[in-house]
Design a protein around this ligand. Structure first.
Ligand SMILES: [Fe+2]
Length: 192
């Protein structure tokens, strides 16, 4: 079996187990920890997820990160992506309007968590996403993402609904001092 086939099979099996376990259950931090555990198991198949297979944006690309679609249900649910970054990333505090689970494979991504404040946000904690570690976010939870230049990052992002369908994700613009809407993603690459 080719590496691509092995990867597709491993992804389908992991997503299938997640689908079965979420069936009929309400989404909570507890059910999302099941998703996290399955994605950590998938991340352990290291040879199937390399930077050769999921290259970060090239030096000429103005973006420092990009997304590859690994799986998505027909109704756009259970959307799984490989996110790769090479270079500095500072994504502002934002929500997702659906649940999200991030699990690390390579490198380190700092996540900071926030409460909504009268004006903007107030930080309430942080966690590093790296190999074997993840974070789980409910639809209203707010986080920001920080990656340092020098070590490329590869991780899994799974959402309750595909990113192209999320038209109302909000982020806090510190310079503008206001909540703004992220345009839905349009540049997701299909994994080989
Ligand atoms: Fe996010």
């Amino acid at each position: 079996m080719s590496k691509e086939q092995q990867r597709r099979e491993a992804v389908q099996q992991a997503v299938g187990r997640i689908r079965d376990q979420l069936q009929g259950r309400e989404i909570s931090k507890e059910t999302l920890s099941i998703v996290e555990a399955e994605l950590i198991k998938l991340a352990n198949k290291e040879d199937l997820f390399s930077f050769e297979d999921f290259p970060p944006p090239s030096d000429e690309d103005p973006r420092s990160s990009c997304l590859y679609r690994l799986s998505e249900d027909e109704d756009h649910g259970l959307a799984l992506y490989a996110n790769v970054a090479d270079g500095k990333v500072d994504a502002p505090p934002h929500d997702h309007t659906t649940w999200a689970v991030i699990v690390g494979l390579k490198g380190q991504e700092e996540n900071r968590f926030y409460d909504k404040a009268a004006t903007g946000v107030s930080q309430k904690g942080s966690a590093v996403v790296e190999k074997g570690k993840g974070v789980c976010l409910l639809a209203d939870d707010i986080h920001s993402i920080h990656i340092r230049k020098g070590e490329p990052v590869l991780n899994f992002h799974m959402y309750g609904l595909a990113l192209e369908q999320l038209h109302n994700r909000r982020y806090w613009s510190e310079p503008k001092q206001e909540w703004k809407v992220f345009p839905a993603h349009v540049d997701i690459r299909d994994a080989r």
